[in-house]
Design a protein around this ligand. Structure first.
Ligand SMILES: [Zn+2]
Length: 282
């Protein structure tokens, strides 16, 4: 498996980090986890195109995990891709229909592109055929315990603890070729994501709080700091731990050093902080 970081940031506007998005390449499949703002730009910077994505899995629908969803689907459609397979919690079907349904917010754009003769001519000149269909991602709403078999890989979902009851939130594991990748999503340390992380070769975990940083009590309990994530990873035999979802103020040299020191003191595997466009072999 090959992991490419397409967005390692948060909702904050930040040139260094796009919002959350992670590409996992296994066999002939290219699996995207989350699709926050800026992820499509980084996908293109990484040398791929929107049409290259075969599967998209959403952990939850905070904006920083989905703002480039419509852009990805629309761009892949315009490149003539097969319909994207999209998986995520309820209400994925409603969100997708809100963008791409006949009465969706993009309906004027889609009508113009499919009905105007000049637009049809552009489409045909690029190798398309008429009538031009609308984008139609294949949507599957999922819950914890969902399993999926891809081309040589198996995915499992588990409950993340983050923004319930308004948002259902998940994390995912993928096993392929005897290796295990886990993406926590945004979550407190909970028993389900901890169990999902057992013996992971690479655990990609969110981190929204610097070492020792105080947040609102309600948020603090749901936002493990680097040392707390390291404790969890150590408890279940994770081999490599990577933190993502950093905010602007967490990116000082001192902040990174403190996070790395806290992790290495409490975790015996390899630990790090990801940056956009980093690549990891698993
Ligand atoms: Zn987030």
């Amino acid at each position: 498996m090959k992991l490419t970081i397409l967005g390692s940031g948060s909702p904050e506007a930040y040139a260094r980090r796009a919002s959350s998005g992670f590409l996992l390449e296994v066999g002939s499949d290219r699996i995207l986890f989350d699709c926050g703002g800026g992820v499509v730009d980084n996908l293109i910077r990484s040398g791929r195109l929107p049409k290259d994505i075969t599967h998209l899995f959403f952990t939850h629908y905070h904006s920083d995990h989905m703002m480039d969803y419509a852009r990805l689907v629309h761009a892949a459609w315009d490149e003539g891709a097969l319909p994207l397979k999209v998986f995520g919690p309820n209400p994925l079907a409603k969100i997708t229909d809100g963008y791409f349904g006949r009465d969706g917010v993009l309906n004027n754009d889609l009508r113009a592109r499919t009905e105007l003769p000049q637009s049809q001519q552009v489409w045909v000149a690029r190798g398309g055929t008429l009538p031009r269909p609308w984008p139609a991602p294949e949507v599957t709403e999922i819950t914890a315990g969902f399993t999926y078999q891809g081309d040589g890989w198996q995915l499992v979902s588990a409950n993340a603890t983050h923004a319930q009851p308004i948002l259902d939130c998940l994390g995912f594991s993928v096993v392929a070729g005897g290796k295990k990748f886990v993406y926590s999503g945004d979550t407190a340390i909970n028993s389900e994501i901890t169990a999902l992380s057992r013996d992971a070769d690479l655990l990609l975990h969110w981190c929204y709080r610097g070492a020792g940083e105080r947040l609102h009590p309600a948020l603090q309990a749901f936002s493990p700091d680097p040392g707390e994530v390291a404790d969890m990873a150590q408890s279940v035999g994770v081999k490599r731990l990577l933190l993502s979802h950093f905010r602007v103020h967490m990116d000082s040299a001192e902040g990174h050093q403190k996070a790395l020191d806290d992790m290495s003191a409490r975790f015996q595997g390899v630990a790090g902080i990801v940056e956009d466009l980093d690549v990891f072999d698993i």
